[in-house]
Structures are given as structure tokens and as C-alpha cells.
Design a protein around this ligand. Sequence first.
Ligand code: F6P
Length: 373
Amino acid sequence: MAKHIGILTAGGDSPGLNAAIRAVGKAAERSFAMNVIGFRDGFRGLVENRTVRLNGSALSGILTIGGTILGTSRDKPHRMPMGGRELDMTEVIIANYHKHNLDALVCLGGGGTMKNAYHLMQHGLNIITLPKTIDNDVAMTDVTFGFDTALGIATEAVDRLHSTAHSHHRIIVLEVMGHNAGWLALGAGLAGGADVILIPEIPYDVHSVADAILKRSQGGKGFSIVVVSEGALSTEAAAHLAELEAARAAAESKKERKAIKAQIEAFRLEQLNNTMRLTRQLEELTRLESRLTILGHLQRGGTPSAVDRLLATRLGTAAAELIEQEVYGVMVAARGEGAEPVPLEQVAGKRRVVPLDHPWIRSARLIGVNLGD
Ligand code: F6P
């Protein structure tokens, strides 16, 4: 009997999503004679039963297009805003899954999607996930698709900022995305030849950064490029966060834990606006004119790189093969040149940050890049 599969994309969009949808869909249809439908706007489309038939013509011409033809949202199955209230829509999702006679649901997403997909798996659905995010922070995979494209865009920004920083003898701070992982900042900073790179994994001391810039200036380099991850924290902020985390771990009641969690979230949100403060501090400490560039969603938009197209195609076709073999409850991870199923329970709720002994960190230190410590 021909299998029926559903595909959805959830979380922030990422270059390579359409390449992955195409790969799953074409392999499923052409090689295994499966019927494929897409759900619009992430898990919300599954609740509201908004579908699109993903046949040959729908899958044609999308390989090079950015974003996702299915649309996306950050809605969670068990806490979905519905008419002004947050409701658990898990049962509705299960009913719609069966209504479409699905044999499997393919969820393309990042860390949040892995958790949501795992939740549906625990409720008995056959789930397969693919790791996408420009942040590159999904656990148990070598890499996520979207990262290479964003890395290229951020690196080009560093390149372009060099000439204007150099001409004006300025400090230019470039804020890049990455959530609480420093892959994008470290990669783009290193590839673009930044003088300072600040990532969430290494709390920074603004005086150490200012000293490094002043040394450059005394050595005749009147400009500096500082690449900062949006999640980077000063040593003071990191210490405060550690205190809050310790208080949360020690909290005796659920109510207390919830209140501290809200404080942590509010503090992290406040820190997101930190790069303007850092830019001002560096100007004051070095007396060098400073400017801030926030790259924002430019990093997520537009056509995927060849590397991301290849990765998305490799993982997407592997997903179709796994469904044919009825291997469910897994994320299709990138491993070396191949793809490997990893049980979802090993992925959900985990995040892959930059290890402090990562070769990129070692290389950055060896060539004299200041990492803020
Ligand atoms: O997870 C991808 C990401 O681009 C992060 O780097 C960033 O923190 C976040 O999404 C931004 O989300 P939104 O587009 O919802 O503002």
C-alpha cells in the first residue's frame, strides 16, 4: 500500500528549507510512490488542517528559493494561542494526522521543533525530523542547513565593514544572530578577519576588549572590527544569570521555579539590546569613534548556498528512505559525508554550543583575535 506522508516547517525560517521539502517530496513520490502533503505555517496548519498537495509541479522550481513555500510559525502543539488563550492542541493534531491517513510526519526545524516533534512522538505519531537553523545549535548533528548560507552573508558583512571602518579609523561592532550559541559569530568573525569576537560561550570583559583595540591602535591600526553574537554576555551579566540559574535549581516549589524562569527570560531579553551599550562603552574606553551594525534577518533571507542545498537534499532524501524502511522517532543527522538516524529523545531539549576547545576557538587565539576574556 502506498504510504501517505505529511511535511511541515516550524520555527524561524532558514535557507535550504525548500531544497529539503523538495528532496523529501521528490524521493518519496518518485522512488517510493508515496503521497505527500504539506501543512501550512508549522504545527498551526496541522491544527487548522490547512494543507497543500506536494506533487511534482508543486515541488518544481523551488530548490533555489529562500524561505519556505509552506510558511512557518513558532506555535507549539501543547501551548498554541487560540482566540486569545493558550490551548493544548495535541489531540486535534492527532485527529488530523489520522484524518489524512498519514504514515509519517516530517518536521523540519531547529531546537524548539525537535521538542515539539518529540512531544507528538510520545503521543504515538510516526515522526521524522530534519535539523535546520542558521544558529547551527541542534544537538547530535554535525551541522544544520541554513548555517552555511547565513555564515556567508555574515562574512560578507564583515568584509564590507572592513573598508569603511578602515577609511574612518573607527571601531565597527557587528551584531550577528545565533541565539545562545556562538557558531555564526565565531565562524563569520574568523572567516572575515575580525579583531574581536564575542560569543555566548565566553563571557566578555569590556576592559579586555578595549585594551586589545587600544593595542592595535598604538601599533598603527586605527580601526577594529568587533563581531558580537546576539547572545554574548558580559562577565557581570553571566554571573547574574548563573546566580538566577542556581536559585532556580534550588527552588523548592513549582511556583518559585516558574517565577525565577520568568526572571531569567526577562533578563536574557534585556541583554539582547546590549550591543549598543557595548559600542558606547568601547567608544568611551578607547576614545575611538564607534558604530554598530545589526545584521538581523538579512542572515536568514534569500537563496541558499550550494553547500546548504546539498545538505538539505542529502538529509531530505535520507528521510524518505527511512520512512520507506519505517524507521520513525528519529532526527536525520548529518554525519561526515552521510546521514544517520538519531533517536529524538537524544536531541529534544538539548542544544549544541561551541565547545571551548573547538578548533575555531584555538585558531582564533593563535592568530591573536581577542575573545573578550
Ligand atoms: O533561531 C533562528 C533565529 O534567527 C535566531 O538566531 C534569532 O535569535 C531568532 O531566530 C530570531 O527570531 P524571530 O525571527 O522570531 O525574531
